[in-house]
Design a protein. Structure first.
Length: 172
């Protein structure tokens, strides 16, 4: 279990050494780079993510650097750490807020979909108008009804046309 003081240390470390990026499709990535691996291993134990070694042949005095990065679950980490970060650097906190705001309003996939309150056609995602598929995706009942009516009407038109034209009897 992660303690509040450990979260505070992680928040301070990421304010000083981290990068917060908004990637395509509305996902957030968090990066931290260090010459020593140990602080990055602590981040990995707390939040997950990966630690990788980056060789530096262009710098003879630095043989390698280590990088921790996290994509899946990064928005949750930022929302957890934001209350601890907000008293520090306004510039860094602004980066976090921009990433989270864009993530919440993005048209991408993932958790941003859960923040939406209405479907693309403007119907509300209310308890009576929403169903969840086996894969866990939310669907609008009003849009599904409209789509079924259109599909049924198209099918009826094809059946009527097939009954008039014997060449299209394979549709019946």
């Amino acid at each position: 279990m992660v303690t509040t003081s450990e979260l505070g240390v992680a928040a301070g470390f990421l304010v000083g050494e981290g990068s917060f990026l908004l990637r395509r499709r509305g996902t957030i990535a968090i990066y931290a780079t260090q010459a020593e691996r140990e602080p990055l291993d602590r981040l990995q134990r707390m939040f997950g993510g990966r630690v990788i070694k980056i060789p530096r042949p262009d710098r003879p005095n630095v043989k390698q650097i280590w990088q921790w990065y996290m994509v899946k679950g990064a928005a949750g980490v930022l929302m957890t750490l934001y209350p601890l970060m907000r008293t520090w650097s306004p510039k860094r906190v602004g980066e976090v807020l921009r990433c989270l705001a864009a993530w919440k309003t993005s048209l991408g996939r993932g958790h941003a979909q859960l923040v939406r309150r209405e479907c693309p056609q403007g119907h509300p995602y209310s308890a009576g108008n929403t169903y969840v598929s086996r894969k866990g995706h939310r669907h609008c009942r009003a849009c599904g009804t409209t789509q079924r009516r259109r599909s049924d009407a198209r099918h009826r038109r094809q059946l009527r046309a097939a009954s008039r034209d014997p060449r299209q009897s394979d549709l019946i």
